[in-house]
Ligand binder design. Structure first.
Ligand code: ZN
Length: 316
């Protein structure tokens, strides 16, 4: 959680664990956390314009109600905003957590990019799954409630396309999430039994992970020491991601694509490789406009930043 100015600067931030998942306990913990942040910043609750909160699952933003959330199984149509507002004496507003992360990253991108004022952006989060959020004309696109499910756009229609938990086959999530990248490495190792790779002993000792694949692929300072099998896995992942990004941008004409989630911790070499594939495939009719691929900046702060921005916009 965090205390944020109207300009998007983080004044104070902290983490507050919930001892139980019961609604009233969670509300008390959040309220206490807000009071502590405010005190630490040397201001009073009266100076706080509004409280923004984000929650996973199905939320009713307009009425501030969490309809359903897998992590909070006892909640059913929980009036989170009313309870918070009563506890703190200031208005509270709600946003879905994935949407809040997109709004948060967009707010930061808008205030930190040269020239500022980003109006069209997409966030793609690469973690245990692949999620996303779309900002068009400075506003989050919600659709019927599920817009931005980039992870379940289809990137492989072949007979060998990987099945996805959503019921489709060949979803981006199966190739660009952390487990998807590990699956690609396992596949490459089994298809090339002759290839020497530092990933092979890692697989055999059950220690193969996404960050180790990236370290082997992009970590060597001397390119001749690069693990070619690991690099081919990461390079193909970036190619698939770039293809998905281009499809998205053909529809939305975004200015920047922000890559977040744990996989994006691979950092600048990873982002730059995606950018290279995007540039290589960029269409000729719009050479002047170069799509920028950037790494997410906020990490765990993205959710509360987006919730704060939602609250700010709705309170004004
Ligand atoms: Zn899927």
């Amino acid at each position: 959680m965090g205390l944020v100015t109207t300009e998007g600067d983080i004044v104070k931030q902290g983490i507050r664990p919930f001892p139980t998942r019961e609604l009233q306990d969670v509300v008390s913990q959040i309220a206490q956390g807000v009071q502590e942040l405010v005190q630490d910043a040397g201001i009073t609750l009266q100076q706080v314009m509004a409280v923004g909160v984000c929650a996973p699952g199905l939320v009713d933003q307009e009425h501030g109600i969490v309809n359903q959330a897998a992590n909070f199984p006892t909640w059913s149509d929980a009036p989170l905003c009313k309870l918070l507002s009563d506890a703190l004496g200031c208005p509270a507003y709600l946003e879905n957590d994935a949407s809040a992360a997109a709004i948060g990253e967009w707010w930061r991108a808008s205030t930190s990019q040269p020239g500022g004022g980003v109006k069209h952006m997409a966030l793609i989060t690469l973690g245990t799954g692949v999620g996303g959020g779309l900002i068009v004309d400075g506003k989050l696109v919600a659709g019927m409630g599920m817009a931005g499910e980039v992870g379940h756009t289809i990137v492989d229609i072949s007979d060998t396309a990987r099945p996805c938990g959503c019921g489709q086959k060949g979803c981006l999530e199966q190739y660009a999430s952390a487990p998807g990248i590990v699956a690609s490495a396992k596949q490459a190792l089994s298809e090339h039994p002759e290839a020497k790779s530092q990933l092979r002993p890692l697989l055999e000792s059950n220690n193969l992970s996404c960050d180790k694949i990236f370290a082997a692929a992009l970590g060597a300072t001397d390119p001749t020491e690069r693990d070619e099998l690991a690099f081919s896995v990461v390079n193909r992942t970036c190619h698939i991601l770039a293809q998905s990004i281009l499809n998205l941008v053909r529809v939305l004409d975004s200015e920047i694509i922000v890559i977040g989630g744990g996989v994006s911790d691979a950092g600048a070499p990873f982002i730059s490789l995606i950018q290279q594939h995007v540039d290589r495939m960029w269409w000729d009719i719009k050479r002047a406009h170069k799509l920028r691929i950037v790494q997410a900046q906020l990490g765990n702060a993205a959710g509360f930043m987006g919730a704060a921005k939602t609250a700010l916009d709705r309170a004004c």
